[in-house]
Structures are given as C-alpha cells and as structure tokens.
Ligand binder design. Sequence first.
Ligand code: UN1
Length: 553
Amino acid sequence: MRLNHPIGAGDGLGCLRSDPVAKKRGSMGTEFQNRTQNGPLPRAGRSLIERIVGEGEVGGAGSGSETWGHGDPLRRFSPIDSRPLSVVRWASVQDYRDIVDRTATAFGVWRMVPAPKRGEIVRQIGTVLRRHKRDLAEVVCREVGKTRAEAEGEVQEMIDMADFAVGLSRMLYGVTLPSERSGHRIYEQWQPLGPVGVITAFNFPLAVWAWNAFVALVCGDTVIWKPSSKAALSAVAVMKLIWPVLKRNDLPDGLLNLVVGSGPSIGEAMIHDRRIPLVSATGSVRMGRQVAAAVGNRLGRTILELGGNNAVIVTPSADLDLAVRAVAFGAIGTAGQRCTTIRRVLVHADSFDDFSASLARSYQQLRIGNPLEDGVHMGPLIDAEAVNAMQAALQQLKDQGGSIMYGGQVLSGGIFDSGTYVTPCIAEARAEMPIVREETFAPILYLIRFRTMEEAVAALKAVPQGLSSAIFTNHLLEAEAFLSAGGSDCGIANVNTGTTGAEIGGAFGGEKDSGGGREAGSDAWKAYMRRQTVTINWSRKLPLAQGIEFNVD
Ligand code: UN1
C-alpha cells in the first residue's frame, strides 16, 4: 500500500467519469433515465446520481471497486415528488458471504498497518468528502427528503468525524500500571477487533455510518455496512466516492464494504455471523432487541442506538424566545425524523399559554416544500407509511384526551400530491398518556404542563427511552438539579440548547430503550478494539502475584 498519494486531480471520481453512464441497460434503465431527466431538479444535482446510476440500475453489494447484487431490484423513489430515482439491486445472502470472506482477508492486512497511517487514509477520505459535500448532500436530499442545509450538515458531520478520527489515530492510548511485583511492568494496549457490522437508518443515511466507519478504520477494523433500504442510493454514492481513495493507496478490497439487503436476509446473516465481533445498529427498539439477542447469544458485542423520546423542560426563569427557537428547530428539523427530535416539552403552567402561542407563531412562518429549494424549512416525510403512522398517532392522541393546537394535516396539490408532506403538529397532552410514551417518527410535539421541578423531571423520565434531554432555565440551581444524579436519565443532557444537533466530539447514545450504545467521539472508540493487558517480567526472577509461593526445583 502507498500512503503518500497526493489528493489532487484524482479526486476519487475518475472511475465514475469513465463509467459508460450514457449506456442503457434494459427497459427499466431507459424508463429511469427518461423520467429523471424530465424531473425538476437542477442540473448540478443530477450529476452525482447520474454518474453513479446513470445506467438506471446499480448493484447494492460491493467491497472496493465494482458493485453487484444478485437479489431482487429495489426501486428507489424520491419522497420529494415520488419520481423514480434509481434501482438498486439487493445483495443476496451469498453476496454477503463473499463480502465477509473479503473483509476477513482485508482485516488481516489492515490490522498490521500502523494506526497513524490508517488515519492518513481517513484524512484522504475526508478530503474527498469536502470536495463533494454539495453533490453528496444533493443525493441525500433527493433520496430522504432532508432540506439541502440539513443534508449539507450531514456531510459536514462526516467530515468532522473524519477529522476527529485522524487525530484519534495517534491517540489510541493505553495506560501503564504499577505492578506489585518487582522487575515487572504492566500496561494495557488496544488491538483491532475485526470486521464491524454497521446497520444504519434512513434519517442519517451517511453520518451515522461515518461515526462508526471512521473510528473503526483507525482502530484497524474493517466495516460491512448494511444501510437502510430507504437510503440505499446515498450509501452507494458515498462508497463510490470513497473506494477510489483505497485503490489509489493500493489497499485491498474489503476494507469498506456495502451490502444493501433486507433485515430478514442480510441483517439476520450478519447478526448470527461469528466473523463479525461487533455489530453497531441504529434503528427501532424492536430491531435493537433482535440484534442484541442474536449477537449476545454468540457473545459478540453490540452498540445500539435506538429510539428517542426527547423532552425539554421550560422553567419559569427560562428565556422564552430562546426556548421557542430551539424547540421549533428541534421538533421540525429533519421533519421530526431524528432520534434526537424534541417530542415533548414540559412547560411550567404559568408560562404555558405564552410559550404555546409563541411557538405556534413560529410554526406559522415555516416554509414547507421541496427541500432542494433555498429557504425551505421542512421537506417531506420519508414515505406515505410515515405519514400514516403520524395520522394514527394523532388519532390516538385525541382518543386519549389530548388535543391538537396546531397543524397535523396531510398536504396536497402540486408536489404535495406525493402524499408525503404534512404540517408539523403541536399538541396538548398529559405525561401519562400512552401515545406520549411512544416515539412516533414524525413532527408531532406534545406540550405538557407542570407545576414543580420534581414533577417535570419525573415526567421527563417516565418514558421507556433515554436518549436526549434539555432544560431551558436561567436559574443555576435548576440547571444543576437537572444535571445531577437524580436529574435527567438520558445519554445527552443539555442546558439552554435543544436535544438535537449533537457535535461529534462527544460520545453519542442513550439509555434504557435507546439502547445503551455510544458512538462517534470521546472514548467511544474503545468498543471497536480489543483491550489487552500485558505483563512483562524483566527481573530474571519469578515473583508471583498475590504473594503466592510456588517453589519447585
Ligand atoms: C439520529 O437521529 O440517529 O444529534 C442521529 C443529532 C445528530 C445526529 C442524530 N447529530 O441530532
């Protein structure tokens, strides 16, 4: 492998440019081309997708150069306007097995590469991402319907993660410990673990993979990625951008692998596969339980990042303007489809009316529409199924005695006829309602009144999930109580800022049904490595620990 290749003219797209993108392969490809070329999307936005899937179909399996797939075709439509985007061919279980064989071989090579040199590869990957930030964001925007600003934020999160991982590659510290035996030295070292299975959700189709993949790479692991089938194209796009970096450095195939497949086939194969010592999975609680049971049964490791049901407490001392702005972004960003989305606001009864009126005013100013257009705050939900789940939750809310204060309608007319656009909803609810305890992956915000701080903290914790939480207060004692051992029970606890938008530098994850895993920054890397305690005797004698005498001639 060469590690000194300059990133210059070869930006990773050379092989894509030489792809015979204009060739048509079969009638499905022709239809795809015609319909996408007629689409309303700007020229710049088509370029990366065209270069990747210009033939109308792309394989969902790959380990370093080509993609292939022996499974069924997965037709991708944009939630923006229901137009076809591409066809991704699912990986078959045999494709998965072939990839695991390759990644096992690649791991044998990669683990012996010095960590800072592994970091250099991630640095080059970061450079490619920087260069293609806009292009890649556009694919995300079109495939999952995030606003352009948020999609660019997602790619930025990958870039930040790459930078972090480069630094980390020189900081995989082990401790040195005093030995009780003279002439002995004890230390801990961290060794690569093996191929890491990464299962990601549609809502952060790239960033969550980067949290795992870049850390795994510098730790000396290889990665097999099963993206959400709802975001398969974004996954193919980023792999096709990144693989050439590995090629240019003469690295073997199998370091970064892609397997687009269904949970029952590829997911099942992965979680039962003893060659995958760690599975990091983001998704539903139900999926997390299955992963934990199967991987736990073979005594493998998991990192689980599951649902959230994140609450914000707004105390009487809070700056209401600040709280309203933060709550609006936290509840509406990504159309309410973040694990960290604000789903509940506990507002002191005295400021409830002011707060809700001011929040409704800010919701009224929202621009809902095509997320590719500048100035749009909220795009579509991922699909009609998500819209139905939102409507069902609102019905349950009403059945349980709650009321809708604002929004909650399904929009129609123009691109809204895709059936994926809604107005975000503000509802009045009580903490004990069953629907409030559930995570509905949609922009529904429950406002709940409280009288005492104890009551607010108890309500915050009275849900199965424990991902993110926040308090808005200008009162030091309230902030400290919220951050104390008796306060928030979540993996993330913020003061005067919302529950979303965590920076990558901290470890990300939550407790209870949120899964307990930690990813991204801080010392989350330790889960991706094998800890080894080493004792070296340099004394020429054999003193035994715990003072044991064992004398034989
Ligand atoms: C997720 O929704 O799964 O903190 C991840 C945030 C983002 C990541 C969310 N940085 O909102």
